[in-house]
Design a protein around this ligand. Structure first.
Ligand code: SAM
Length: 288
């Protein structure tokens, strides 16, 4: 099979290109879904031309998206994952022994079906875990409906385009706060802190209209444009102490390949270029 080229261009004259065997492509009811077999990253999911996850680097993203907020909570029991159709976030949630119920609400059933077929290692056996409920619905509609509160809401959505845009708006954040128990934590991926500063800024300012305490933290994902990636934590009064998180990780026997207490501490150290981006107006700090 001849390798196909796929790429993302986050800024003028900048391109992150990959080539791999295209194993499957289809237009679902919500987006264009592609699965590639990449020589370095293995099976890779691409939605509307944007890389979402790959078998070999998914841990970089899922450990930071899930373990950081759950280790900032003393005893997460009910957890909501919005998006996350590949199952990687849900799998990490269920590694926390205090979790008795995890609900995943993914808008596109085809993403989960194809992830299970082509990238089974990402979700593993999470689909059959009795603590897990997997629903195919719009996450915004789900949180606006009545239902029991959660200790953590984890938004593993695609970027703020198409079905994902509503998940970056103030009404959604406000409703998430209402669906959280006291002391509950909210988290979402908010894009490249360098190339997509407009998206990060929009999310941050919209979230601050809902949550009393909003923090940005950073990580690295080798298949995302620019590699450095940003996440946003929201709540009433967040406790992000790395020592406490480290003790909880040991107690909960959480095994990681990227996250460490030192990485946890460093993730909240925001470089000037990113902090300026939160207050700036440009899409990136290079003026292009
Ligand atoms: N880690 C990836 C990223 O940072 O781009 C996201 C991976 S995950 C596959 C993204 C999922 O969010 C997709 O499967 C998409 O269908 C889902 N999604 C987008 N908008 C949604 C919505 N409004 N409700 C629920 N799921 C949504």
């Amino acid at each position: 099979m001849a390798a196909s080229r796929f790429s993302e261009s986050p800024a003028a004259g900048v391109e992150f290109a990959y080539s791999g065997d295209l194993l499957h492509a289809e237009d679902s009811a919500f987006q264009h879904v592609e699965i590639y077999d990449h020589p370095t990253f293995g099976r890779t999911l691409v939605l509307d031309g944007a890389v979402q996850t790959s078998e070999r680097d998914e841990f970089l993203y899922h450990e930071m998206l899930v373990h950081v907020p759950l280790l900032c909570h003393p005893e997460p029991r009910r957890v909501l994952v919005i998006g996350g159709g590949d199952g990687g976030a849900l799998r990490r949630v269920l590694e926390h022994p205090s979790v008795t119920e995890a609900v995943m609400v993914e808008i596109d059933e085809r993403v989960s079906a194809l992830s299970r077929e082509f990238m089974p290692s990402i979700g593993g056996d999470v689909w059959d875990d009795p603590r897990a409920s997997v629903l195919f619905d719009d996450g915004n509609a789900y949180v606006h409906a009545d239902g029991d509160p959660f200790d953590a809401i984890i938004v593993d959505s695609s970027d703020p385009v198409g079905p994902g845009i509503v998940l970056f708006e103030t009404p959604f954040y406000r409703r998430c706060l209402e669906r959280l128990n006291p002391g509950g934590v909210y988290v979402a991926q908010v894009g490249s802190p360098i190339y997509f500063q407009d998206e990060m800024r929009m999310a941050f300012h919209n979230a601050r209209a809902a949550f009393a305490d909003v923090r940005l933290y950073l990580g690295h994902v080798t298949t995302y444009p620019g590699v450095v990636w940003s996440y946003m934590l929201g709540g009433e009064r967040l406790a992000v102490d790395a020592g406490e998180a480290g003790a909880r990780a040991t107690e909960r026997k959480i095994v990681t390949r990227y996250w460490t207490p030192e990485v946890h501490a460093g993730a909240f150290a925001i470089p000037g270029i990113v902090r300026d981006g939160l207050d700036g107006e440009a899409r990136n700090p290079f003026g292009s």
